[in-house]
Design a protein around this ligand. Structure first.
Ligand code: NAG
Ligand code: NAG
Ligand code: NAG
Ligand code: NAG
Ligand code: NAG
Ligand code: NAG
Ligand code: NAG
Length: 411
């Protein structure tokens, strides 16, 4: 009886895990079938073997499954292209377990889990990517190299949905040279003191949507680097951290423009910045544009710099000459319906480049208060042709000395 039951279980597992079910159930490649175990052993080889079969599956709809349990894995590169069969269907990666890094494994290229050159991918599950980053205090001494938790490199038509990423040792998610990527329903968390733990960074990519995601880290919640175009950030709840940033831009020669960015329906709480565009000073930077950018319907809760353009961005004195003007041209930026509270007196800072003044900045319905009853201040330099709407409520601001400040409603 026991023997029969055992055989039945083995058969059952076989059909569930590798079966070509008559009912059209997709092919599932479970890493535990390839020798992965929830223990302290390095499961990299098992993960890669399961990926090779899932990615190589010709029948379509293959699923790489990382089931419940805590799995240790070194730097692992899931590379395509995948052999999705004539029936098509995305290759799915379902992570229900917890992944932790194998720390003695060299992450020489600075990435932990990489998907590379894959089209039509779904990465989802109820699991957690736990980067085992330090608590911030140890991150500061940079003993360990900065390591991105999840990198997408040259990936297209891809969805990342529902996962948790905690305590990364660098960026949590980095979307690089990719197109048509959606990141939704993610939960990203690291200590406020941890350095360079950006939630989601996008660089050199187009048609990327980040939505319905909660991010609290020690750096930018979302950062959009050079060469990002047609980006939507919607329904992101951010804090703690450094806010939602475009940039930094203009540090490296050969950077491409940033354009077509919409940030909407987001809430920022207790962050150092809210909506920031940051560019480096210095003549070594490339001459690029950041334009057609819209921020709308954003709630600020005690944000230090709710609206900031900083074209003199130079953290830790890393630029050669901070008085050299930035060569990044910022234009056509709309801020609309930005409400809430600033924890500093200067709720709006638009500090543009002396050699490339910002042009066509539109501020409509900016309703920010600065704690005590006094009006907020603004600091504005090198801005051309700002067009403001007429505020819908009487503005308590004193009659302005600068025309461009006239209709910013700062309560
Ligand atoms: C995996 O874990 C989750 C949460 O702990 C639980 O809800 C789910 O039923 C588990 N699934 C399996 C197959 O054990
Ligand atoms: C793959 O999945 C899609 C969507 O669920 C389905 O329409 C298609 O028939 C599946 N293909 C195969 C070969 O199972
Ligand atoms: C600005 O960007 C939006 C959103 O990406 C896009 O739909 C629109 O066509 C762009 N406008 C111009 C003038 O390029
Ligand atoms: C503004 O954004 C909030 C989320 O922060 C959302 O609940 C609300 O529906 C949005 N309002 C409009 C008019 O889009
Ligand atoms: C977000 O913004 C869009 C307008 O662009 C609106 O249609 C939508 O209802 C808003 N609210 C939420 C919760 O997404
Ligand atoms: C820094 O740049 C400014 C403006 O270009 C220039 O006048 C100044 O000489 C530079 N200083 C140094 C130390 O290079
Ligand atoms: C500004 O925001 C406050 C609360 O944040 C709200 O009570 C007030 O009605 C708003 N004013 C306008 C003109 O939108």
């Amino acid at each position: 009886m026991a023997a029969i039951l055992k055989i039945f279980l083995i058969m059952h597992c076989f059909f569930v895990l590798h079966g070509r079910h008559a009912d059209g159930m997709p092919n599932v490649y479970d890493v535990t079938e390839y020798g992965a175990k929830p223990s302290n052993q390095d499961n990299t080889d098992a993960f890669l073997a399961a990926w090779r079969d899932a990615c190589g599956s010709a029948s379509g709809n293959a699923t790489l499954l990382i089931p419940n349990g805590t799995f240790v894995v070194g730097a692992v590169k899931f590379s395509g292209p995948c052999n999705a069969g004539a029936g098509g269907g995305a290759t799915a990666v379902v992570i229900d377990g917890v992944l932790q890094p194998h720390l003695s494994n060299d992450h020489d290229d600075g990435d932990w889990i990489t998907f590379s050159r894959v089209n039509n991918l779904l990465i989802t599950g109820s699991g957690t990517l736990d980067g085992h980053g330090s608590d911030g205090s140890t991150n500061h001494c940079q003993a360990k190299p900065l390591t991105t938790t999840l990198k997408l490199n040259v990936v297209t038509n891809t969805i990342i949905r529902g996962l948790r990423s905690v305590n990364s040792r660098g960026f949590h998610v980095n979307i690089h040279r990719s197109s048509y990527v959606t990141a939704e329903g993610l939960h990203i968390e690291a200590p406020a003191t941890s350095r360079n733990t950006d939630g989601i960074h996008v660089g050199a990519s187009d048609h990327v949507t980040i939505s319905d995601t909660t991010i609290g880290t020690g750096d930018d919640c979302v950062s959009l680097g050079p060469g990002t175009t047609d980006i939507v950030v919607a329904g992101v709840t951010c804090g703690p951290g450094h806010g939602i940033s475009i940039g930094s831009l203009g540090k490296t020669i050969g950077e491409e423009n940033v354009r077509g960015v919409v940030v909407k329906n987001c809430t920022l709480s207790g962050t150092t910045n809210g909506l920031r565009i940051k560019t480096w000073p210095g003549s070594t930077s490339s001459s690029i544009w950041a334009y057609n950018i819209t921020f709308k319907n954003i709630t600020m809760n005690d944000v230090y710099n709710p609206i900031i353009i900083d074209q003199h961005y130079c953290p830790h004195g890393q630029c050669s000459n901070i008085t050299e003007p930035s060569l990044v041209q910022i234009s056509d930026v709309t801020y609309e319906r930005i409400e809430g509270t600033s924890s500093s007196k200067k709720a709006v800072k638009l500090l543009c480049s002396e050699s490339r003044p910002c042009s066509r900045l539109h501020l409509n319905e900016i309703n920010l208060s600065c704690g005590d009853q006094t009006p907020c201040d603004t600091e504005i330099s090198n801005v051309q042709g700002m067009h403001d709407s007429v505020p819908q409520a009487p503005s308590p601001a004193p009659s302005p000395s600068h025309e461009q400040e006239a209709n910013i409603l700062l309560l």
